[in-house]
Structure formats: structure tokens, C-alpha cells
Design a protein around this ligand. Structure first.
Ligand SMILES: NC(=O)c1ccc[n+]([C@@H]2O[C@H](COP(=O)([O-])OP(=O)(O)OC[C@H]3O[C@@H](n4cnc5c(N)ncnc54)[C@H](OP(=O)(O)O)[C@@H]3O)[C@@H](O)[C@H]2O)c1
Length: 229
């Protein structure tokens, strides 16, 4: 069943945001693509609709308007823009919102390699986000290890999504959203501090993709069945 709440994807015009939007729109979720530019957001929404049909519930808005229109937020911006954008959006983020952060602090943000991460004072990009959102907003780390290339395709994904947060309800909401993506199993990954491991795995996957010319993902084995539900 689709979540009755709209999902606003901030920085949703890039490959990661567009891929998530496509997958959620296909299964009937209501998606708002956010951008620094309202026109770019609208054009991106049209591109999704060309693939999912005119009936699908996808729209585009400037990022702060998207925050005002939803309390389920997904952040898909490059690390170099994450802090400034969150500071700018702080007044627009609604009390009680859930912010799912997929940002990876790749060294590419400062001209380094995409297969390395930067040291972030707080421990990870998601923990940095948690310091920047308004009080009472729950931050979740998820979707770091899903290939945007595959998300934007038509095949089921062969990948698990590990979901980390200090708020158990936010983990529950995010796991349900992740599980709407065909082929994805969503696993409770514990506290938000574990986001630093998820981000490191992305750097490893990028390195593997370069070495082996593929689109690698991860599967966690050996947990009891309820861990994957
Ligand atoms: N690509 C992947 O396979 C993948 C997978 C998992 C996680 N991630 C992570 O998800 C995030 C997004 O990845 P992506 O490949 O979609 O990135 P991207 O294309 O570089 O950026 C996504 C969007 O962010 C906005 N943006 C760019 N620079 C910005 C800035 N300085 N301030 C505010 N907004 C800015 C742009 O939208 P507007 O210009 O329209 O505002 C852009 O379309 C990254 O942190 C990445 O590490 C990526």
C-alpha cells in the first residue's frame, strides 16, 4: 500500500533522486521532486511521468516549497552542498518531519577520488545532517548503497538497504518505503552513528564498479526472516 504522505526528494533532479522517484512513482507513491530551481524540478517531474504515465503522482517544486508540502523528506545532494542547503531549508522543514539522508561524503566533493570518503567531524554526512535540522526532526540514513544507474532502469534491484536512525519509528517508516522498491529488502541497521559504515561501503562499491565495470550492491545474509520484513 502506498504511504498516504507525499515524499519530497530534496536535490531530486540528480540520478539518485530521479531513480528513487521513478521507483516510488511506479508503485503509486506521491513524489515531489525538489530543486534549487522550480522550473528544473518541474521538468524532472515531467521526465518521470513520461516513464510512469500521466496518472502518476509526481510534481516538482523549489526545495523549500517541497519541505513545506511534505513531512517525509529524502535528501540526495552532493556532500559539498549538504550543510548549506540544510541551513537554508531549516525554517521550511516542518516540525516532526522525517529526513532520510542518502548523502555520501565522497572525497570527490573536494577534488579527490570517488572511491574514498572524507572524514566528517560528526562521524558521517547523516550525523552532520542531524545537527542541522530543526529540533524534533528525525534523521535516518538509508539508500547509500543503491546504484542510481540501476534505480533508473527497469529491472528489480538485487540489493539490501540498511536503515539507521536513533528514532525507531523513523526506521520503521523508512524501511516500509525502501521495501516498495522491487527487489529491495530493508534492514534495521541500528543507530544513526552506523551511517559512517554505510557511507564507507558506498566508496568501496564505487571502487568495485570501476575495477569490475559493474553496478555492485550488497546483500546481508544469515539474519532471521523477520529482519528482512
Ligand atoms: N549516484 C548514485 O549512484 C548514488 C547512490 C547512492 C547515494 N548517492 C548519494 O546521493 C547524493 C546525490 O547523488 P547524485 O548522483 O544524484 O548527485 P548529483 O547529481 O551531483 O546532485 C543531485 C542534485 O543535487 C542538487 N545539487 C547539486 N549541487 C548542489 C549544491 N551545492 N547545493 C544544493 N543542491 C545541489 C542538484 O539539483 P538542482 O541543481 O536541481 O538543485 C543535483 O541535481 C550524493 O550525496 C551521492 O553521494 C548517490
Amino acid at each position: 500500500m502506498p504511504d498516504p504522505r507525499p515524499i519530497a526528494i530534496l536535490g531530486g533532479t540528480g540520478p539518485a533522486g530521479m531513480g528513487l522517484a521513478l521507483r516510488w512513482a511506479r508503485v503509486g507513491e506521491t513524489v515531489i521532486l525538489g530543486s534549487r530551481d522550480a522550473q528544473r524540478a518541474k521538468e524532472a517531474a515531467e521526465k518521470i511521468k513520461q516513464k510512469t504515465g500521466s496518472e502518476s503522482r509526481v510534481s516538482g517544486m523549489e526545495n523549500s516549497a517541497a519541505c513545506a508540502a511534505a513531512d517525509l523528506l529524502v535528501l540526495t545532494v552532493p556532500f559539498e552542498g549538504q550543510a548549506a542547503l540544510l541551513k537554508q531549508l531549516k525554517p521550511a522543514i516542518r516540525a516532526g518531519s522525517i529526513l532520510i539522508d542518502a548523502t555520501v561524503a565522497l572525497a570527490a566533493s573536494v577534488g579527490g577520488r570517488a572511491s574514498r570518503t572524507l572524514g566528517v567531524w560528526q562521524g558521517s554526512a547523516a550525523q552532520q545532517a542531524a545537527e542541522l535540522v530543526p529540533k524534533g526532526v528525525s534523521v535516518v540514513a538509508a539508500f547509500h548503497n543503491l546504484s542510481a544507474e540501476l534505480l533508473n532502469g527497469d529491472e528489480d534491484l538485487d540489493c539490501d538497504v540498511i536503515v539507521c536512525s536513533d528514532d525507531a519509528n523513523a526506521i520503521h517508516v523508512c524501511r516500509a518505503l525502501a521495501a516498495r522498491i522491487p527487489g529491495v529488502r530493508a534492514i534495521d541497521g541500528g543507530k544513526l552513528e552506523n551511517a559512517r559504515v554505510l557511507e564507507q561501503i558506498t566508496a568501496l562499491l564505487i571502487g568495485l564498479n570501476i575495477r569490475h565495470k559493474g553496478h555492485g550492491g550488497i546483500r546481508i545474509t544469515g539474519l532471521p526472516p523477520e529482519a528482512y520484513r
